[in-house]
Design a protein around this ligand. Structure first.
Ligand code: CDP
Length: 807
């Protein structure tokens, strides 16, 4: 070895593999405005579609007249449900086993529902056209309050379901009932409550919010009549699923459909499902023979595409007087809006809400969920969370704080007392999950030491005394949250979408010069897959990440995958990438043995190539093996170096974290100050610490927005009163607090590289940390639970209701 021979550290660093803070390669184009989004696509002769939407939340549609619209220069067609009926597309299936009107068929069921689709030569003409379509409505009584949905005299919303006593998920109890889902042992849980020293019961609501990605939902559909082929460019988080759904509902052969997701400006669950815009643009293209573009505006996105949450959770915990939990009972009233369009794996009508036992060793639990219809937009998507896990984490984390308050115990101490212990993993929860790995005590203690928890509590006690003495009008809250996520849907034994098992895939093709391309079934919407997927391959096969191009989103080239949402990419696609890379390495090892004239078993891996055991100078790099794969493979071996892997995970992964929020609230104005926010995440093996930090910052910002103000709110008539960014809280850098991030590493035992997902965790853990801080601040004034969102106005109202102005 001379001075110029790179050291092991230098060779490793040159790969920029796992653990490296590699800069995001996709940012080179994003930061220069060179991304390629759907709306950047301009095809010759392209037409534009726009929707006539309902001003009413519930009304009968008596007539639709498009004659005047067709006189508008540039308007070519007005498509209604009647038009769609001729091609059997007036209704479409939802991912949750329900059906949904594509265009209003006899009735409208929520404000801004799609009523007619106007096709024109440009967007402005289409917009002029929609204003000329005359729709005659007969308003019907709206049903907005979910708690009144199953009253005997509640209006009938879904006339198409009249007389149907069974839905996709079993019996229906009422004309506005979607499903009932129960899990757990009711008798054992009831018995635990009978025996309990202490119980709590509280209605904990998680309000309706919306993922509101920067780029709205959009598509361009282009039907080639000669070839009989339909190409769809769209903002799809799961392009292969869209191809299959289009094939099934449009009765087009799947090989004749090309779905391409170009760059996507944020998804957060909003771009998983199918929307009427996609169907209408496709039909319009088939009818006109021209490409048709549909691009939502912001109000349409907020009011008509998939919402999230809207869960009303009656939560009961039973405990001993020492604070050992003995039972959990939760009933959820789930407001699904007008159609059940939840994007959950098929068998899970309430997603993975049965993770609601959280990080705690509950000996028994029982959960029941009633889904109901109301006159609101459909949806129920995993907005930066894994299928209803955010709701579950909020429910249990508020519940534990309420219990701590009743027991007069410190909330952190109560959690430490009830955590699943490190030696209990794999842990079987009372509601049916097998948690793969965790070390909750270590994470919690690290958090408490870092933030100096005991001192914070002392400061709070002093502040409360000062408040009582009238020396300050500020109250101080310390919000503790400890969450367990469940990500990586999922094992084919219990996860599918429309019957397709939720595996994921990767194909790696190495080129002769030691470069390669990896095509993956996931689809980044900003998460940085082009950067991190190459890092996995770099570590696995010893080729620099810079030499690996990552491609996603084209159904003609990528192997079939189930897409990106619910932090499933790293647990599932990430595993497929490692497995495909290992196949490459296995073939390369055979070639290496041939080249070095030894038996394969005499070789060992050494960062970027193979060497002969005991003879380190006899070695060959992976780069050279790529060349050899194309010119000197062993006799009988096929040339080339490529591999594909479809990975069906044996289990979910269970990331976790300990969060803490310190907040002061001025009781006279309701104005809050986030003084400190600390987030410790454990997502197992960390592929790119910088990207993880970015994911945590983004997720915490969304958690802050949701907890502190963001809401899709309806008035009693069903008008959306927060339908634009003027009213819907979208924090900017000005409002967003400073985030402190930290980590522990507890690898997943079943994942090939030990990684768990991380993208959703900060939202899951963040919301309860904020809400617990607000509730903790008010608790010494006698309050038990204040519903989110905790904006200034509601904080002020809470203070007023607690009588702090009386003195
Ligand atoms: O499915 P989605 O990409 O939204 O979520 P994820 O699997 O949590 O990954 C988000 C980003 O964080 C990806 O770029 C991952 O590769 C990265 N990540 C990581 O670097 N290490 C982990 N253990 C988990 C995720």
């Amino acid at each position: 070895m001379n001075d110029l021979t790179p050291t092991r550290e230098q060779r490793e660093a040159a790969l920029e593999g796992m653990g490296c803070k590699r800069k995001r390669v996709e940012d080179i184009r994003f930061t220069q405005g060179k991304g390629n989004y759907v709306d950047d696509l301009k095809l010759p002769g392209m037409l534009h579609g726009d929707f006539v939407r309902s001003p009413h939340a519930h009304a009968r549609v008596k007539s639709i007249n498009g004659d005047e619209a067709l006189k508008v220069p540039g308007v070519l067609a007005v498509i209604t449900a009647e038009t769609l009926k001729t091609v059997n597309l007036a209704w479409m299936p939802t991912l949750a086993g329900d059906v949904q009107m594509v265009l209003a068929d006899g009735k409208v069921l929520f404000q801004n529902q799609e009523v007619a689709f106007v096709v024109a030569t440009d967007r402005y003409a289409a917009d002029d056209g929609i204003n000329k379509v005359v729709v005659e409505y007969e308003p019907l009584p709206p049903l907005i309050d979910p708690f009144k949905a199953m009253d005997a005299d509640a209006p009938v919303l879904r006339e198409d379901l009249a007389g149907k006593t069974t839905g996709a998920h079993g019996p229906r109890k009422h004309h506005n009932h979607v499903f009932e889902w129960t899990v757990g042992d009711k008798d054992l849980t009831d018995a635990a409550f009978k025996k309990a020293d202490v119980t709590i019961k509280e209605l904990i609501s998680y309000h309706r919010v919306h993922p509101s990605p920067l780029e709205t939902c959009q598509c361009v559909c282009s039907f080639d009549k000669i070839r009989g082929e339909l190409t769809i460019w769209g903002t799809f988080q799961a392009p292969h699923v869209i191809r299959t759904v289009v094939s099934l509902i449009a009765k087009l052969p799947e090989q004749k459909i090309h779905v391409i997701s170009p760059d996507i400006g944020g998804g957060f669950g909003n771009k998983v499902g199918a929307y009427p815009g996609y169907i209408c643009a496709a039909v319009a293209s088939i009818v006109t023979g021209k490409p048709v573009k549909w691009v939502e505006d912001r109000i349409e996105n907020l009011t008509a595409t998939s919402f999230a949450r809207d869960y009303h959770m009656t939560t009961e915990i039973a405990s001993t007087k020492e604070g050992k939990v003995t039972g959990l009972r939760v009933h959820v009233l789930a407001d699904h809006g007008a159609f059940d369009a939840c994007a959950d794996p098929s068998k899970w009508p309430a997603g993975f809400f049965n993770i609601v036992t959280g990080s705690y060793d509950f000996p028994t639990a029982h959960l029941s969920v009633d889904g109901i219809y109301t006159n609101k937009a459909p949806g129920g998507v995993a907005y930066r969370c894994s299928f209803r896990v955010t709701e579950a984490a909020y429910c249990i984390e508020r519940g534990m704080d309420i219990l701590a308050q009743k027991l007069k115990m410190d909330p952190a101490e109560l959690r430490l007392k009830n955590f699943v212990k490190a030696e209990q993993f794999p842990y079987h929860s009372a509601l049916g999950w097998e948690y793969d790995s965790g070390d909750y005590h270590t994470a919690m203690k690290k958090m408490m030491e870092t933030v100096k928890y005991t001192e914070l509590r002392k400061e709070q006690a002093a502040q409360r005394e000062a408040f009582k003495r009238g020396e300050t009008r500020e109250i101080m809250g310390i919000g503790v949250s400890f969450f367990t996520e469940i990500v990586g849907a999922g094992p084919s034994k219990n996860c599918d979408i429309l019957g397709i098992a939720m595996f994921d895939s990767c194909e790696i093709r190495m080129h002769p010069t030691g470069a390669g391309i990896a095509r993956v079934g996931s689809k980044s919407q900003g998460q940085g897959h082009e950067t991190t997927w190459a890092q996995i391959i770099a570590t696995e096969i010893g080729i620099p990440a810079d030499n690996i191009m990552v491609e996603e989103g084209d159904t003609d080239t990528a192997p079939y995958g189930l897409g990106t949402y619910g932090s499933r990419s790293t647990p599932v696609a990430g595993a497929a990438i490692a497995m495909a890379a290992r196949k490459i390495k296995a073939k390369a090892q055979m070639i290496a043995a041939y080249k070095l004239e030894v038996h394969e078993d005499d070789l060992e891996w050494d960062i970027d190539g193979f060497r002969v055991k005991g003879l380190p100078e006899k070695s060959i790099t992976m780069k050279d093996l790529c060349w050899a794969a194309y010119n000197s493979v062993p006799p009988g071996m096929e040339p080339g170096l490529e591999a594909v892997s479809y990975y069906d995970p044996p289990n979910m992964t269970y990331p976790f974290g300990a969060y803490l929020c310190v907040m002061n609230i001025d009781v006279d104005t309701g104005v809050y100050k986030i003084r400190r926010f600390y987030a410790l995440d454990d997502c197992g093996t960390r592929i790119n610490p910088m990207i993880i930090e970015g994911q945590v910052h983004g997720g915490l910002t969304e958690a802050f927005a949701i907890a502190m103000g963001q809401e899709i709110r309806y008035d009693p008539e069903g008008n959306v009163v927060t339908g634009s960014f003027m009213d819907f809280f979208m924090p900017t850098a000005v409002e967003t607090p400073h985030w402190e991030t930290d980590f522990t590493v507890t690898p997943s035992p079943h994942h090939p590289i030990g990684a768990k997902g991380v993208g959703e965790s900060p939202n899951v853990g963040g919301v309860p940390a904020f809400s617990n801080a607000v509730n903790d601040a008010f608790s010494f004034l006698g309050s038990t639970h204040i519903q989110m969102p905790h904006d200034f106005w509601r904080n002020w109202q809470a203070a007023k209701n607690l009588g702090v102005f009386a003195a």
